[in-house]
Design a binder for this molecule. Structure first.
Ligand code: PRP
Length: 216
């Protein structure tokens, strides 16, 4: 409760990492990106800031946080919506902005037994249920854009960022399911027991996100 507790933060490998580290640096927590990228090391301590990081598959970040092996985590809203883990969502970091969308070939027509391929079976299932449309959800773990091209599914639910992957595969966006940005999440117990450190980090990040800079 003294505000000096060390915090362990689960960071997502991949495209969110760079922007998340930039944000942390602006917030006064300088983490060398090289620490993560030039080694195969999965843990990076930053003792002078009272932080230690580890790198995880994005989809696993909420799991580590729920089980308390990480106090905090950085993760896309898409993963949060899909994983439905018991964690606190503390802050919208406003980074890695993209959307979850329904896409298909331009000549797509509704069929009798519609099939939707996706990495997000829960999100897609909920979306079509809410629309009152019965579809078969086919779970894939990547390269989802392939599914309509080879006849596995007539539509996909996937992340669209620049739209380049859809374009280059001749697919068109039909509907937006949800806008997505990265979030700071917290373990429920850590949020109470380490409130000083958590509040400090969270409010520094919030100032940077709001464009106010950080008073140190
Ligand atoms: C994501 C997503 C799309 C692509 C969208 O895939 O699933 O395929 O990025 O980005 P764009 O609109 O800027 O083209 P990712 O690179 O994470 O790989 P994956 O398909 O193997 O999951």
């Amino acid at each position: 409760m003294n505000g000096m507790d060390e915090l362990t933060i689960a960071m997502p490998k991949g495209r969110i990492l760079r922007e998340a580290l930039e944000l942390l640096e602006e917030a006064g927590y300088p983490v060398e990106e090289d620490c993560f990228e030039t080694t195969r090391k999965l843990t990076v301590p930053l003792p002078e800031a009272g932080l230690s990081f580890f790198l995880a598959k994005p989809g696993d970040v909420p799991t580590y946080v729920e089980y308390g092996v990480a106090d905090l985590g950085v993760v896309g809203k898409d993963v949060l919506m899909e994983e439905e883990r018991d964690v606190y969502e503390l802050l919208d970091l406003g980074i890695s902005r993209c959307r979850i969308a329904v896409a298909a070939l331009p000549d797509w027509r509704p069929s009798l037994h519609p099939r939707v391929a996706t990495k997000y079976p829960r999100i897609a299932g909920r979306y079509f249920l809410d629309k009152g449309e019965q579809v078969e959800i086919i779970r894939l773990s990547g390269s989802v854009e392939l599914a309509p091209l080879i006849g596995l599914a007539d539509r996909i639910v996937d992340i669209v960022s620049t739209g380049r992957t859809l374009r280059e595969n001749g697919l068109v966006e039909l509907e937006t399911v949800s806008d997505v940005t990265s979030r700071l999440i917290a373990n429920r117990a850590s949020y109470r027991l380490k409130s000083g450190s958590v509040d400090r980090l969270c409010s520094r990040l919030a100032s940077v996100v709001k464009g106010e800079g950080v008073r140190t």
